[in-house]
Design a protein around this ligand. Structure first.
Ligand code: 5RP
Length: 234
């Protein structure tokens, strides 16, 4: 499919999820090219006045910048006990709505915002739907800068092929939180995401992983056949 074709699908997924937004809501705003459409729709509705009294928490500097440009009122996460609804993209979506996220490097803030939200709605094009997590996308893992190399052997022990994320200049990428990202490819996919998540969570120096388990309530996945709506168990 052409890039324009994929982008049109992302737009359709965003439009479907946008139907969940109501005036007065406290929103979480995800990160990525699919969420960019959602931001445009939200900005337009606020300008036209079809939605009002919305405040939002961005999950990245990139989303924060774009939201400000569109006139979306932003607040900090700690200003509210909970958020009504977060809409975010994903890199992979399993049939049970387990996710791999973090292709854009925003996984830590995305997970913090998702966990603070009453509902998490995922928007994606159909290429993101997989039968088993890890089959098409490497799992991003955010690690503290100090001695980040010390985690490579540990992650390999979990079955991963580890690639430190670098920019086009060859330098290690820094997340919005000033930390590094290790992309972990699992050649057979991730057979037991909960077990991997538990091992990662128990390891000092690993800040967060891009596994989002039991967090998504629903997903809108757009393909040439239309927009599929999936309900999760969260
Ligand atoms: C960023 C993310 C994104 O939601 C994910 O990478 C999907 O991005 P896109 O909508 O551009 O395909 O997790 O950290």
């Amino acid at each position: 499919m052409t890039r324009g074709g994929v982008d049109a699908l992302k737009r359709r997924a965003a439009e479907a999820a946008f139907g969940r937004v109501r005036s007065g809501m406290v929103l979480g705003l995800g990160t990525g090219s699919t969420v960019a459409h959602l931001l445009d729709l939200l900005g337009e509705a606020l300008r036209e006045g079809s939605l009002k009294d919305i405040v939002a928490v961005p999950t990245s500097v990139r989303t924060e910048t774009r939201a400000r440009e569109l006139g979306i009122e932003l607040i900090a996460l700690h200003e509210r006990a909970s958020l009504d609804l977060t809409i975010d993209g994903a890199d992979e979506i399993s049939p049970r709505l387990e996710l791999i996220k973090g292709g854009g490097g925003a996984l830590l803030r995305e997970k913090m915002v998702a966990q603070a939200s009453d509902r998490l709605v995922i928007i994606a094009d159909g290429a993101k739907a997989v039968d088993r997590l890890g089959t098409t996308f490497a799992l991003p893992v955010e690690v503290v800068r100090w001695e980040w190399e010390a985690h490579v052997g540990f992650l390999e022990g979990l079955g991963a092929q580890v690639t430190p994320r670098r920019g086009s200049d060859g330098a290690l990428v820094e997340s919005d939180n000033g930390q590094h990202l290790l992309d972990c490819r699992f050649p057979e996919g991730i057979a037991d995401p909960s077990a991997i998540e538990a091992r990662l969570a128990a390891r000092a120096g690993i800040v967060e992983s891009g596994l989002f388990l039991g967090l998504a309530h629903e997903a809108f996945i757009a393909s040439d056949q239309g927009v599929e709506h999936r309900e999760g168990s969260a």
